[in-house]
Design a protein around this ligand. Structure first.
Ligand code: G3P
Length: 214
């Protein structure tokens, strides 16, 4: 299973990379705005930090503009993946970008059938948003399980990239379901490292070692 970091914060990406947790990066307009930096500058810098795919999202909403914006984003670095929102125009752009050999990530996917359409259009990755579905009382992970199954049934090459992750349990469930990728906020990566028994165990080992030196 691949881990992407869901961030446009260079410092966070460096920290996660140092720990061996970064197979790629996803950004979105909100994360770019939060970084307070110029879009092109920050994406180019991220692309140098990892050889893995770096998703950069288009901000146009019609097919022609998404296509030309996507073509331009793909020129910024070899590992740029063009992130396109799930909508009819988006699917036209995905089909055209795919025909040009440009990788795509279809984002804002909230249903199994949206994921099917993204795969039919030729998307490289599909991003089902689990946390935002959970937030409205639906079951985000159940959708992911269905998408993994549906893609297996028909041998779709589109990778399932689990997004909008809120907690370590989302990653555990995604791994058990066979999702290809989880894109994870840095704070959730840090939460994954901890366990109260690990902390207690380290304290005990240190104390026993100290006592044995007396
Ligand atoms: O990058 C897309 C996705 O992971 C956003 O997550 O937390 O804003 O729902 P969130």
């Amino acid at each position: 299973m691949k881990f992407f970091i869901d961030s446009a914060d260079i410092n966070e990406i460096k920290l996660a990379n140092e720990r061996g947790w970064v197979d790629g990066v996803t950004t979105n307009p909100t994360l770019i705005a939060k970084s307070g930096r110029n879009f092109e500058e920050v994406i180019k810098e991220i692309c140098k930090l990892t050889k893995g795919p770096v998703s950069a999202e288009v901000i146009s909403l019609n097919a022609e503009e998404m296509f030309s914006e996507g073509k331009n984003l793909a020129k910024w670095a070899d590992n740029v993946v063009v992130k396109i929102p799930m909508c009819e125009d988006g699917m036209i752009a995905v089909k055209k970008l795919t025909a040009e050999g440009i990788k795509t990530n279809v984002t804002l996917v909230f249903s199994q059938v949206q994921a099917l359409l993204a795969a039919k259009a030729g998307a490289t990755m599909v991003s089902p948003f689990v946390g935002r579905l959970d937030d409205i009382g639906a079951n985000g992970m159940a959708m992911v399980g269905d998408i993994v199954q549906m893609y297996q049934n028909y041998d779709f090459a589109t990778e399932v990239l689990v997004a909008s992750i809120r907690s370590p349990i989302h990653i555990q469930d995604a791994a058990l379901m066979g999702a290809d990728i989880a894109t994870i906020p840095f704070k959730v990566m840090q939460q994954m490292t901890g366990h109260p028994l690990t902390t207690k165990g380290i304290e005990m080992f240190m104390a026993d070692w100290k006592n044995a030196q007396k």
